[in-house]
Design a protein around this ligand. Sequence first.
Ligand code: PLP
Length: 381
Amino acid sequence: MSSSFEQPYIEFKHRPTYAEVCLNSLRYNLGQIQGFVGGAKVMAVVKANGYGHGFEAVSKALQTAGVHSFGVAYIEEAVELRTLGITAPILVFGGLLKEQLDLYIKHDIEVTASSVTKMEQIDEAAARLGRRARVQLKVDTGLERIGVHYYSAPSLFDAALKAKHCDVVGVYSHFADVRKEDLTLTKLQLERFQECLRYFEARATAPFMRHIAASGGLMALKESHLDMVRPGLSLYGVYPSPGLAATLPLKPVLSLKSQVVYFKVVKKGAGVSYGHTWIAPEDTRVVTVPIGYGDGFLRRLSGSSDVLIRNTRHPIVGAICMDQLMVNVGQGVAYNGDEVVLFGQQGNQRISVEEVAQASGMSPYEILVTLNQRIPRVFLG
Ligand SMILES: *Cc1c(COP(=O)(O)O)cnc(C)c1O
């Protein structure tokens, strides 16, 4: 196993806090998803720094593992992928401003066309540059984010068919709610999408990819796989909602680790951390760990998150500070230098991002992407 560091914004040589990113688990999850969706292609979603896992290492590992294409939110992320040497197709999901079109076309990035006006702007920009633009048409089937409404989609399709300098390489949509317990809206969205597809299929002159499912959709509803799926969270081994965990075995890619840097005994009745939101109910051993909301380990996680020290679970107590947090080890044993696991495995104990998400009311997505550049990423595999 090899390991390498992605440079954080300043160089940490002795920072005990780091995120361990297991690229073997990432490849395993890709394989699991590929197996699960059969013949459908996989577009790996790597927006927001690869969901906090590290943009470069994650994207390169996925390209080498043979993923079909990449999805990102912003054009800057797409250009960065090209700069890093990613040659696979890249689709930008986000809304488009016409000033950005030269960048798209020059870097051969697939543009999301979400209205007739935008379709015309894309065609004009391609004509002006003397290049062809690769376009994916976005249909809104119920999220009300971006995309032409499903009931107006023929107008966008007609505009795309008229565009002389564009290749329509895909038509896609996005689900609004994919809890396994209630698939009513998901099925309705899929129906609306399929009706739109029938219109375009009857008129299109070249093959194109049809896709609607991200992690939740692909796990909850097999019929949604179509030509391609767009997993983000599940690639990183995390389930979007608890009901989906049984559908497909995945391995968490990220572990968050630190070390004990201070040990003390807090007397019964003494308050711990800012605001004294936690008062020691008895004389108790408390350790300090050098991670806080300045690293993206948000204050909302106090009171709902445990950590592992010496293969034992202990609760975080008091407010999480910017750079430090306190852990109540009770009458347990802990020494300076002991490993602290905030997410991941220690001995036979594990703390999952999903469990902390549930307890804190945050989504697993938020917990991962808020872990910021102050935390060095260490890549395994
Ligand atoms: C973020 C995103 C995805 C990936 O979603 P996950 O739930 O992380 O799998 C797929 N498609 C679009 C359009 C997205 O914005």
